[in-house]
Design a protein around this ligand. Sequence first.
Ligand code: 13P
Length: 251
Amino acid sequence: MARKKFLAGNWKLWGTLGEAKALATALIPAAKASENRVLVAPPYTAIAAVKEAVKGSPILVGAQDVSALETGARTGEISVLMLKELGVDVIILGHSERRQFHGETDKLVNEKIKLALKHGFEVIYCNGETLAEREAGKAAEVVIRQTKEAFAGLTEADLAKVTIAYEPVWAIGTGKTATPKDANDIHKVIRSTVAELYTKKAADAIIIQYGGSVKPDNVKELMAQTDIDGALVGGASLKADTFIPIIAFDK
Ligand code: 13P
């Protein structure tokens, strides 16, 4: 089954209003010329400006996280209701930096996924093993456990709005990419887990992105793998010069 490729830029802690608007605007022609889905996830403060800048183009706009509560005493957090107002299309959840620096657990990620889906958002759900887990031969075991916990209580219909991003923690921002074959092997494990939890049909349809030092010079080989359906890109998504060749990897 043909799965549409999905190229997403996670801007993390980057992007003043001026920078964010300029970058989003520069991506429009490449996104228009592409058959792939394209998303940018600016910091919260730049979402409205980026939404405005890409209006009328096929570029989707994402948020990098959301609170597990709709409203309440959570100083510094942002709610689904606020993201809805901004017209956010997709929410990235469970990123390893949220897990590492903000103590997010699989259980919390599961709650956030359910809340985001309840409010009609698409979700990019991130998982992936640490270097110690990989070296201990536990990469497959870790992503199976994470996927099962993240998807608890989700129906097969819910999965139509969920993309998975496999991001081995040791490959993020380090310049170390998983070899395309190693990445593809874990993508297959994740897809089999979805088949086990739901159906083969659901597993065949779900989009699984790879993330971790994706660059213009390795994107083609990664995207050529049978089970890699896109990329979640950090550093290389911060410049039009490096993100455009990734969006247009098949041109
Ligand atoms: P880099 O592309 O900078 O390695 O970041 C990957 C990532 O964490 C995207 O969410």
